[in-house]
Write a protein that binds this ligand. Structure first.
Ligand code: MUC
Ligand code: MG
Length: 367
C-alpha cells in the first residue's frame, strides 16, 4: 500500500455570516483539500483549515509545506505505517493542520483497506455525538436570536459563547441575555481566545457566577504565566486549554503548571493519531476533554465526529460540530445533517468522505 501521490487543492467557500472572536474573524473558508493516493487505487481525504492567528499557518503555507517537504518524504512509503510517517513529519516543527490532514487521510486509507469505518477502528464507542454550537461576537440580541434559531432548527441545547471583548461587561451582558432566553436547561460555556487580562477574566467570572457556566476556555493568554495560574486556581469551573495546548507535551505543561484543568481536542490540529495521545493523556491525568471546533467545514466536522464518537471520554460532552451551518456551501456530495441536537458518524469504509466534483471545480482556486 504505497503512497503514490498527494494533492493539495486550495479552495474558498464564503460564509453566509462571518464568525467573529477575540483573536480573529472568518468570512471565507479558505481551506486546503488534501488527498493521498496509493498504488492500490485507494484515496484518503481530509481538509486543512489555515488559522494564522492560532498556528501561524496560511493556505499558501499549507500547500507549500506539503508539496515541498512532506510529499517528497512520504512518496513511496507505506500508507499504513503511521508511526514512520509521523517520524518524518515531525522533523519539521509546527504546521499542525497540514500534518493533521495527512494523518487523517492515511486513516481514511486504512479504513478503506480494512473495509471498516475509521470511527470503529479508533474505538467505536458510539455512532453519534451531541452537538454544541459556537456563538460568535455580535450585539447580545443577535447572539440570542442565533442561539434560539439553532436550538429550534437543530435541537442543539449546548452553546459555547465567544467572549474576550472590551469592556468585558458587554460579554457578561450577552451571556446573561443568553441564559435568560435559553433557560436553565441550556448548557453554556465561554471562550475568550486570550482577549482579556487575567484580572478582567477574574472579574467577569465573578459577575457570571450565577449563570451556571460549565467551562471557561482561554480567557487570558497562557503566556501571562502567573496571572493565568492565579485565575485558574480561583476558578470554580474547569478552565479549558485550547490554543495554549496544541500538542501532548503542551497539554502536560499547561495541566501540570496549573494553567488549565480541561483540554480541547481538535482533530484539525492533531489528526487522529496525536488526538488519541492527547485524549489518553487527559484520561490518565483525570481531566475532562471537549471536542473543539477549528471552524471546520463539513469534511473537518466529519473527521471530528468520527474521532469524538469513537471514544467514551470524548463523547461525554457535546462536541463543537455545527459551525459549517454558516457556510454558503460545502464540498461533500452528501451534506451533513444535525438532527435532534446530534450528528451521526458516517457509515461505510474509511471516513465516508465523497467530494462533489462539480463543487470542487467551482470552489478550487488553483485553476
Ligand atoms: C475556538 O475554540 O477557539 C477560533 C480560533 C481558533 O483557533 O479556533 C476557533 C474556535
Ligand atoms: Mg477555543
Amino acid at each position: 500500500m504505497k503512497i503514490t501521490g498527494i494533492d493539495t487543492i486550495p479552495f474558498a467557500i464564503p460564509y453566509r455570516k462571518p464568525l467573529r472572536f477575540a483573536s480573529g474573524e472568518v468570512h471565507t473558508a479558505e481551506h486546503v483539500l488534501v488527498r493521498v493516493h496509493t498504488d492500490e487505487g485507494l484515496t484518503g481525504t481530509a481538509e486543512a483549515p489555515p488559522r494564522p492567528y492560532t498556528y501561524g499557518e496560511t493556505q499558501e503555507s499549507i500547500v507549500a509545506v506539503i508539496d515541498k517537504i512532506f510529499a517528497p518524504q512520504l512518496l513511496g512509503r507505506s500508507a499504513l505505517e503511521r508511526e514512520a510517517v509521523h517520524g518524518l513529519l515531525d522533523r519539521t516543527v509546527g504546521n499542525p493542520t497540514a500534518k493533521a490532514a495527512l494523518d487523517m487521510a492515511l486513516w481514511d486509507i486504512l479504513g478503506q483497506a480494512a473495509g471498516l469505518p475509521v470511527s470503529g477502528l479508533l474505538g467505536g464507542y458510539t455512532d453519534r455525538m451531541r452537538v454544541c454550537h459556537m456563538v460568535g461576537f455580535a450585539p447580545a440580541a443577535r447572539m440570542v436570536a442565533e442561539a434560539e434559531r439553532v436550538r429550534d432548527t437543530h435541537g442543539i441545547t449546548t452553546f459555547k459563547v465567544k467572549v474576550g471583548r472590551r469592556p468585558y461587561t458587554d460579554d457578561v451582558a450577552a451571556c446573561r441575555a443568553l441564559r435568560e432566553a435559553l433557560g436553565p436547561e441550556a448548557e453554556l460555556y465561554i471562550d475568550g481566545n486570550r482577549g482579556w487580562s487575567a484580572a478582567e477574566s477574574a472579574r467577569a467570572l465573578r459577575e457570571m457566577e450565577d449563570l451556571g457556566l460549565t467551562f471557561a476556555e482561554e480567557l487570558c493568554p497562557a503566556d501571562d504565566v502567573l496571572g493565568r495560574r492565579r485565575l485558574v486556581s480561583q476558578s470554580t469551573i474547569p478552565f479549558i486549554a485550547d490554543e495554549s495546548a496544541t500538542r501532548a507535551a503542551e497539554v502536560t505543561r499547561e495541566l501540570l503548571g496549573g494553567s488549565a484543568t480541561a483540554i480541547s481536542v481538535k482533530t484539525a490540529r492533531t489528526g487522529f493519531t496525536a488526538s488519541q495521545r492527547v485524549l489518553h493523556l487527559c484520561e490518565g491525568l483525570g481531566v475532562e476533554v471537549v471536542m473543539g471546533n477549528q471552524i471546520d467545514g463539513q469534511i473537518g466536522t466529519l473527521c471530528s465526529v468520527a474521532f469524538g464518537a469513537a471514544h467514551r471520554s470524548a463523547a461525554r460532552r457535546a462536541g463543537e460540530l455545527s459551525n459549517f451551518l454558516d457556510m454558503a456551501d460545502d464540498l461533500l456530495a452528501e451534506p451533513l445533517i444535525i438532527e435532534d441536537g446530534a450528528l451521526r458518524v458516517r457509515e461505510g469504509a474509511g471516513l465516508g468522505i465523497a467530494v462533489d466534483p462539480e463543487k470542487l471545480a467551482r470552489y478550487r482556486q488553483d485553476g
